[in-house]
Design a protein. Structure first.
Length: 448
């Protein structure tokens, strides 16, 4: 990819996400020759920092000296603004000083979604919505709204200023190596793809467990919970990719079209199929943060069961499970095949399984049956692809990958507007039956 000069304007530029994710990604982009040393980072927040203080803040965010050198080479500015009416007055003048003719521009919003409309309006009123040459694109961190209504309202306000082509709704799970590999694994391996149907499969489990609690996100999380935080975005996105039919071409828009078809066909099973929960120490964390729970019990764990009403998948139980403060941190897709009813004297017959690891590994394991040469019974064996042995350690930075795709203008790894809307429709169906779903309190470090 040709090296490009880019101005990154970071709304919420003094926040945790900038330090942990964006700064290492910028260093990686310079290292890979995707952005030039002439590129600019402009942090925007309410803090009253000088350019030098902000540059020090960003340089200190990375550990490797090489990465510090990369960040040091960039032109780094800081703008104090509060995202409200006239809050960005003067930003245009600053950007004109930094940018050369033909420079490209990316706005990155890692603020609360409540600020998205006001920031977009401010960009428009200050003449910042486009450049004369080059591209202008805008990136939104999740969550994109808090429910269906707010998501639709956000879309309406944003599209008054930016076309859908310029809008990138970021979901970092879509940059994970396993998720990127799903379509290749399915559509380029007939031996595997031909078995992916209700004829052979009993259930599919999509699991994302964490061993840590909510931590500093408790203010946001208390009003959100596991369903809106994880299911609406990460889990439904991965599920739609796993279940989608083969498009006529593996192109961005055609893949999005197939994902939407799946999301529209998903149905939420009755309340008795689901489980919600909260880890024991959550209330203590909430009280320490001074948060009063006025409206509901916030779930830190959920296990939801869906069905997909397509010819291929109807009747297969689709289990989405995620939780915090469990016994370990891992992500996995588990495909459980139906048991085979062999007539005769056959023992130890186990249903086949396919396990696709999301993290910390990206391995693929098939569990199959074979004859035990030392007895008359069967033995379960596994065929394992170990990514690290084949390709070496995974060193790809997800945010660098995503920002690289924004620069290329490729939206395959981002959620399209109608995907977000359909996901919120599914969440609304779950919310309507919330009072009927069993709710448990589980010990910290539990294995649920």
């Amino acid at each position: 990819m040709e090296e490009k000069e880019v101005t990154f304007v970071l709304f919420g530029g003094s926040g945790d996400l900038t330090k942990r994710k964006l700064v290492p990604a910028f260093a990686r982009l310079v290292h890979e020759g995707i952005i030039s040393n002439n590129s600019t980072i402009i942090g925007v927040s309410r803090k009253k920092w000088s350019d030098e203080e902000y540059k020090r803040y960003l340089v200190d965010a990375v550990n490797e000296q090489r990465d510090k050198d990369y960040i040091n080479k960039l032109d780094i500015k800081f703008f104090t603004g509060d995202f409200t009416k006239n809050g960005l007055a003067g930003l245009n003048k600053l950007m004109l000083k930094c940018e050369t003719e033909g420079c490209n521009r990316i706005y990155y919003l890692s603020t609360s979604f409540k600020f998205f409309p006001s920031i977009v309006k401010e960009l428009k009123s200050n003449g910042l919505e486009k450049v004369k040459k080059g591209f202008t694109r805008i990136v939104f961190e999740k969550p994109f709204g808090s429910d269906l209504k707010s998501s639709e309202e956000l879309d309406s306000e944003i599209h008054k200023v930016f076309s859908e082509e310029s809008v990138f709704r970021l979901d970092h799970y879509l940059a994970k190596e396993t998720v990127q590999n799903l379509n290749i694994l399915k559509f380029n391996n007939p031996l595997f793809y031909s078995s992916l149907s209700n004829k052979f499969i009993d259930s599919i489990e999509l699991i994302v467990d964490e061993d840590l609690g909510v931590g500093e996100r408790i203010g946001f999380y208390n009003d959100t919970g596991a369903i809106k935080d994880m299911v609406q975005s990460h889990l439904l996105q991965v599920l739609s990719i796993l279940l989608m039919e083969m498009p006529s071409r593996l192109e961005t828009e055609k893949i999005h079209d197939e994902k939407v078809k799946i999301l529209k066909k998903l149905e939420v099973l009755k309340a008795e199929n689901h489980l919600l929960g909260q880890y024991r120490s959550y209330n203590e964390e909430r009280e320490k943060a001074g948060i009063v729970n006025l409206h509901r019990e916030t779930e830190t764990f959920c296990k939801l069961v869906l069905n997909c009403k397509t010819k291929r998948w109807n009747g297969v139980r689709l289990i989405l499970r995620t939780g915090k403060k469990l016994n370990r941190k891992y992500g996995q897709i588990k495909i459980n095949y139906k048991a085979v009813d062999l007539k005769g004297n056959v023992s130890n017959l186990m249903p086949n399984k396919a396990i696709i690891d999301i993290y910390p590994k990206q391995d693929i394991i098939f569990f199959m049956n074979t004859r035990d040469a030392n007895s008359d019974s069967l033995k379960e064996i596994k065929f394992q692809f170990t990514k690290e042995l084949e390709f070496g350690p995974n060193t790809r930075d997800e945010y660098a990958v995503l920002l690289g795709e924004v620069i290329k203008g490729d939206k395959m790894m981002f959620a399209r507007s109608d995907e977000v809307i359909e996901s919120w429709k599914i969440v609304e169906k779950i919310e309507k039956m919330r009072d009927k779903i069993k709710f448990i309190y589980y010990e910290d470090g539990s294995e649920l």
